[in-house]
Design a protein around this ligand. Structure first.
Ligand code: FAD
Length: 438
């Protein structure tokens, strides 16, 4: 019988710079390509949100459909299976007598636990993981991961002082081994007609990358990146990076090629600087483990806050007393994407004005954002809540000041109808009536 390998795809839905596919291209055996859709993604969590909202799921389906088409041209099949990964992957390994399981190393502790369960259920299977969601491999960092600097600036200075090795992105694979014989097809359900501002998938990712770097936008990125709105004011790479339809290494290389052609300036450098933020949060997530989701985060004491479901609901729906925050939340709910400035303002409002538990906000972003990334989302939320890797201990973005700076003519507020009539006092139920009688 031919040797068999199962590649469990997650946030690596690409052919270019895919170390696993490159390594398997000449494998003399059969290859099973599997993506698992987990039922828990659609169940409400303790934080009243789900892992996947509609925009995020549609975007994923587009990414899967594009990947499935791309591998089909190479004679392969993507199997999209629904179930708990530890069950469906282990069953598949056993049923088809597959000896090896390969996947991208995940930084999230939950995802790591899933892989450990599979290892325990299938002790005879060789499991190999690849660090291909980051710019650097852990072994190339100029420090042991246990000694990860406590804040971003210290991290950046270290990796820039001893320029840390970033491997060249690998070319697209041109051929793949045959699929495992006798496996019935598990195609992706019909993908709804594309409607959002962003199209998922490896082709759309490459098209966006080509368009962005053939424009002059990278040369003014630093001056525009803080705006609330505007497609080319920031790179918009995050939406494709999240599903791995493009890699961080590819983008980093594209910036360098752009700099060679057009000259480097502070703005083009700043794109690399932001990719280092992404990198820092990735390694931070590995180190923080479950603490990434703890109320106290990295700190010894918990923030002073409580939970009020009416305030949370008002924030989610964009019905707070703050027009700018409402506009931001309307955009998030309508599109699945908001700018970095908008994320900071909305998160700061939840923590500082509404005095809510930051984890509810983080979970709502997890549900809504099409670029959701466990490390960046929970890491940034902790940062703003003052329980993360911020040396200043939390951030308060004063809403009036932010409005005056970034939306002085209220264009953004009007565009997203932020000035809905809301009561000045957000709490309809007096605190003394808590909990609310139903
Ligand atoms: P650009 O400004 O063009 O930046 C280029 C790239 O650098 C981004 O694509 C991203 O990969 C990286 N980057 C930039 N800023 C950050 C940052 N603060 N942290 C980590 N990486 C960064 N980013 C996500 O990718 N997924 C998330 O789930 C996410 N949740 C966030 C939640 C909050 C509360 C905050 C404040 C920020 C969050 N970010 C998240 C970071 C940042 O807002 C987005 O990466 C950025 O807005 C995406 O748009 P862009 O690609 O145009 O960014």
């Amino acid at each position: 019988m031919k040797k068999r390998v199962l590649y469990w795809l997650q946030n690596d839905l690409r052919l270019v710079d895919n170390e696993i596919l490159s390594e398997l291209a000449d494998f003399d055996g059969e290859l099973d390509l599997v993506f698992v859709i987990e039922p828990r993604w659609f169940r409400q969590t303790n934080y009243q949100s789900k892992s996947f909202g509609t925009h995020k799921f549609n975007f994923l389906r587009e990414s899967l459909a594009a990947f499935a088409q791309a591998v089909e041209k190479l004679g392969q099949t993507l199997h999209v299976i629904t179930g708990e990964p530890e069950q469906v992957i282990s069953q598949r390994l056993q049923k088809y007598e597959i000896e090896t399981l390969v996947c991208t190393e995940q930084v999230g502790v939950y995802e790591q636990k899933q892989l450990n369960k599979i290892k325990a259920l299938c002790p005879h299977v060789t499991v190999k993981t690849y660090q291909q969601d980051t710019l650097f491999k852990a072994s190339d960092l100029p420090f042991q991961l246990d000694n990860l600097p406590k804040n971003f600036t210290a991290f950046r200075k270290k990796v820039e002082a001893e320029p840390t090795f970033i491997a060249a992105p690998l070319p697209a694979v041109g051929h793949l081994p045959h699929p495992v014989q006798l496996c019935p097809d598990n195609p992706i359900d019909d993908v709804p007609a594309h409607s959002g501002s962003f199209k998922g998938g490896l082709i759309a990712a490459q098209q966006h990358c080509n368009a962005y770097f053939s424009s002059k936008a990278p040369s003014s990125y630093k001056e525009t990146r803080n705006e609330l709105d505007g497609f080319s004011n920031s790179t918009k790479f995050s939406v494709w990076l999240a599903g791995g339809t493009i890699s961080a290494k590819q983008l980093y290389r594209e910036v360098e090629v752009y700099e060679l052609k057009n000259g480097a300036n502070e703005s083009s450098y700043w794109i690399k600087f932001e990719l280092l933020w992404r990198e820092y949060f990735k390694w931070h997530a590995v180190q923080a483990g479950v603490k990434l989701f703890h109320f106290k985060g990295q700190k010894q004491s918990a923030p002073l806050t409580t939970f009020n479901s009416q305030r949370f609901e008002a924030w989610c729906q964009g019905r707070t007393p703050f027009a700018l925050v409402n506009a931001i939340m309307h955009e998030l709910n309508a599109t699945g994407y908001i700018s970095n400035r908008s994320r900071q303002i909305a998160a700061s409002c939840l923590v500082n004005e509404l005095e809510l538990d930051w984890r509810y906000g983080a979970a709502y972003f997890e549900q809504q954002l099409i670029d959701y990334d466990v490390a960046a989302n929970w890491g940034n939320w902790q940062y703003i809540a003052g329980v993360g890797v911020d040396p200043r201990g939390g951030r308060h973005f004063h809403i009036n000041k932010q409005t005056a700076l970034y939306d002085p003519l209220a264009r953004f507020i009007r565009k997203w109808q932020g000035d809905v009539t809301v009561s000045e006092l957000i709490d309809v139920v007096d605190a003394a009536d808590w909990p609310i009688a139903t």
